[in-house]
Design a protein around this ligand. Structure first.
Ligand code: SF4
Ligand code: FES
Length: 249
C-alpha cells in the first residue's frame, strides 16, 4: 500500500484506504486495484483524495472533473458500490475505513475512472432537448412566453439534470440493452413534453415509442435513488407513459 505524502501526519486528520480501479482497455483484460493510504478530514471529498494521490503519488490516475461543486456532471463514478459524484461525496459520510472508486457501470471505459459519454449525449440529443416552436420570433407588441408557477412546477425538477450519467449507470436495463435510450434521456423527454411553452410533444413521444425506448423500462427505480440533483427519472418515465396512453394531454 502506498502512503500519500503531504499532510498524512497532521494530528487533526485520520487515515483511510483509497482503492482505485486501474484499467487501460488497450492492454488490460480486467481492472486492477491500487491502494493508497490517504489523510482525510471531516469535510474531505472523495475527489480530493483522488487528486491527492495524483499530486503526491501517481499522476497517471485518469479521472474527469471540473467544477468541484456538483454542477458540471463530470466526476460520476462508483464509490463503495454506488454511483455518486466524487466531488459531492465526503469520505466521512461513507462510514468506512476503505473507499473503493471504480468507473461508472454501463459506460465504456477510456481509462481508470474516466468513461465515454457519447451514448448519453447521443440519446439526450435524440429526444430534442430544447423548446420546439414554429414562432421563434416575438412580435414587437408581444410579451415573452410566460408561464404560471403551476406550469413551471410540472417540469422544474427535471430541469436540474446536470447530465452526470449516474442514473444510466444504476439502470439494470442499460446493462442488458445497449440500444436502450436510458433514464437520463427519458427524464429530459418528459421535461420538454411537460413544458407549456413547447410544441414538440408529438414528435418527442414518437421518438421514444420504440422497443428500445420508454417501454423497455422495467421501473426498477434505481435511477431515482442515485440522482444527486433530486431529479426523479422513474417518475418522469411514468408520467410520460401517461401521455402515451392518453391519460395526460
Ligand atoms: S437525472 Fe440525475 S442522475 Fe441522471 S444524469 Fe440527470 S442529474 Fe445525473
Ligand atoms: S466536478 Fe463537477 S460535478 Fe463533480
Amino acid at each position: 500500500m502506498a502512503q500519500v505524502s503531504g499532510i498524512a501526519d497532521d494530528q487533526s486528520s485520520r487515515t483511510k484506504t483509497l482503492r482505485i480501479a486501474r484499467f487501460n482497455p488497450e492492454k488490460d483484460t480486467e481492472k486492477q486495484f491500487m491502494e493508497f493510504s490517504v489523510p482525510v478530514e471531516k469535510w474531505t471529498t472523495v475527489l480530493e483524495t483522488i487528486l491527492d494521490v495524483k499530486k503526491h503519488y501517481d499522476h497517471s490516475v485518469a479521472v474527469r472533473y471540473s467544477c468541484r461543486q456538483a454542477t458540471c456532471g463530470s466526476c460520476g463514478m462508483i464509490i463503495n458500490g454506488k454511483p455518486r459524484l466524487a466531488c459531492f461525496t465526503k469520505v466521512s459520510e461513507l462510514d468506512s475505513d476503505v473507499v473503493t472508486v471504480e468507473p461508472m457501470n454501463n459506460f465504456p471505459i477510456i481509462r481508470d475512472l474516466a468513461v465515454k459519454f457519447e451514448r448519453l449525449f447521443d440519446t439526450h440529443h435524440k429526444i430534442k432537448p430544447y423548446l420546439v416552436r414554429d414562432d421563434t420570433e416575438l412580435e414587437s407588441d408581444e410579451k415573452e412566453f410566460s408561464q404560471s408557477p403551476e406550469e413551471l412546477e410540472q417540469y422544474i425538477q427535471f430541469a436540474n439534470c446536470i447530465k452526470c450519467g449516474l442514473c444510466n449507470s444504476a439502470c439494470p436495463t442499460m446493462a442488458t440493452d445497449s440500444s436502450f435510450v436510458g433514464p437520463q434521456a427519458l427524464a429530459q423527454a418528459y421535461r420538454y413534453v411537460a413544458d407549456s411553452r413547447d410544441k414538440g410533444k408529438d414528435s418527442r413521444l414518437k421518438i421514444i415509442d420504440d422497443s428500445h425506448g420508454i417501454w423497455r423500462c422495467h421501473f426498477a427505480g434505481s435511477c431515482s435513488q442515485v440522482c444527486p440533483k433530486g431529479v426523479d427519472p422513474a417518475m418522469g418515465i411514468q408520467l410520460l407513459r401517461g401521455y402515451m396512453l392518453g391519460f395526460r394531454s
